[in-house]
Write a protein that binds this ligand. Structure first.
Ligand code: GLY
Ligand code: MN
Length: 464
């Protein structure tokens, strides 16, 4: 945990923003894998961690803004619990670490919420993504389970999002610790992967690093010779000489801050000339995106600038043709680059995605596009110092998408399908780093992870 003052200050700031009423925060419970005592790895809710830092199941908190009272709810261990799981500090002792003296049994949360409902007091809560917490809100506030999230407080969502959005020095240090683990995961994968291995052998090996150096994975590893599938969680293919592998992976720290890095490398240690050509285009587009990031700049414009670099390069190689400005406006480049340039990152790998991206990734001036490709951009607002984003362009050859567009004669004025079809089995390339926006531009977080062709080749040839 951070020092208790950090949590006290965060809550004081939030109370000022909310002004009146009650704020209800639910922590997470254990999630059963196949029966209740056999759970998935426990993961606390990130907003609960942000305001209270208490990383234990079955906690909740109520902030009475009008009375300036803060209460942590949880049940102390019974003797039976202690026999099975060892002695634990009391809820009171734990709450004190986040600067809260007032604690109560979970039953009392029902009484207090019930009274507040009867008195017609406003109870703010954020959207819930776990079914047990949806049911908890249903029981606490009497809302129909399927309508619970309709009653989430927009005022609270916006206040929490604006606060979590800007990372403090101690948060950036945590994120850099997570990226340090990524360094090990990425370089080890390059050195460990060999033709003949199954993808799972490498994915499992680096997952072990995430567990031994941090708190395990921040998200399920994408490690695949089929990098053209953007979120490929299947690890059952056998690697072959000549394959390119996309490794999009990251750990979270013990404090639960994430890292999210992608590197693409040749299994055998050497890019083919065709692979090198496309790889260098992705790299140039990523470096351009990083150089374009600065306060006041709209992230959507950085995305479109990156798409233009990709499309111009693809035109030079003969995959695209025509006027590139018009092609990018029309979305023709999305055949090759069908996702957004990046997303916020912090306590969640896609930070605060549970609040609904449109609630804070977009604003009045920047509406979400409905165009294929651009609609997947998770964050589009003007950039401000202190926000952390991933920058992750890619080029992919997706046979099903190629066939669909070609069958529809889509964008034939911009796409040379004959040339594209020669690359049907190419796969995909993505390069991703994590940055923080600074006063004048941005800083790539963590120590540099090899990404220039010769650096990747040097590491990927140095097998273990
Ligand atoms: N690392 C996976 C993603 O950004 O969606
Ligand atoms: Mn990412």
């Amino acid at each position: 945990m951070f020092n208790s003052k950090i949590y006290v200050d965060r809550r004081n700031h939030l109370k000022k923003q909310i002004g009146s009423g009650l704020i209800l925060f639910l922590g997470n419970s254990e999630a059963p894998m196949n029966y209740s005592d056999n759970g998935y790895r426990f993961r606390q809710d990130s907003t609960f961690l942000y305001y209270f830092g208490l990383d234990f199941p079955d906690f909740a908190a109520l902030i009475d803004v009008d009375e300036n009272k803060e209460i942590i709810f949880g049940n102390d261990f019974s003797l039976d619990d202690t026999v099975w799981m060892g002695p634990q500090p009391t809820v009171k002792k734990r709450a004190a670490k986040s600067g809260i003296q007032s604690t109560a049994n979970l039953d009392q949360l029902f009484t207090m919420c019930g009274n507040a409902v009867k008195q017609g007091r406003k109870i703010h809560f954020i959207p819930q993504y776990r079914h047990d917490n949806i049911l908890m809100i249903h029981k606490l506030l009497g809302l129909a389970p399927k309508r619970v999230n309709e009653y989430a407080s927009t005022k609270l969502i916006k206040a929490v999002a604006e606060q979590r959005y800007i990372k403090s020095k101690e948060e950036l240090d945590e994120i850099e610790k997570a990226i340090e683990i990524s360094y090990a995961m990425q370089t080890t994968a390059m050195r460990f992967a060999k033709p003949g291995m199954y993808e799972r052998e490498v994915a499992g090996f680096i997952e072990g690093l995430a567990l031994s150096l941090g708190n395990g994975l921040a998200f399920p590893t994408i490690f695949s010779r089929h990098g053209e599938t953007l979120h490929n969680h299947y690890h059952g293919n056998r690697l072959k000489d000549g394959d390119l592998v996309v490794n999009d992976s990251g750990a979270e720290t013990v404090m639960h801050y994430a890292g999210d890095i992608t590197r693409t490398f040749p299994v055998s240690g050497k890019f083919t000339p065709q692979q090198k050509e496309i790889y260098e285009l992705v790299l140039i587009s990523q470096l351009t995106a990083i150089s374009e990031i600065k306060p006041g700049r709209n992230f959507k414009d950085v995305h479109l600038k990156t798409a233009t670099v990709i499309a111009e390069g693809l035109k030079a190689f003969g995959f695209m043709k025509g006027n590139i400005k018009t092609a990018v406006e029309a979305g023709a480049h999305a055949l090759f680059f069908p996702h957004g340039l990046g997303h916020l990152m912090g306590l969640d790998v896609h930070d605060m995605e549970n609040f609904g991206e449109n609630n804070f990734g977009y604003d009045e001036k920047t509406k979400r596009s409905t165009q294929f490709g651009l609609k997947y951009l998770r964050f589009a607002r003007p950039l401000v110092p202190g926000i952390v984003l991933t920058v992750e362009p890619g080029i992919y050859f997706i046979p099903q998408l190629i066939d669909k567009w070609q069958g529809e004669k889509k964008f034939t004025e911009f796409i040379n399908y004959k040339k594209v079809n020669q690359y049907r089995s190419f796969g995909g390339i993505r390069i991703e780093d994590d940055i923080v926006v600074t006063k004048k531009g941005c800083r790539v977080l963590g120590k540099p992870i090899p990404k220039a062709v010769e650096d990747v080749e040097a590491v990927a040839s140095d097998k273990i």
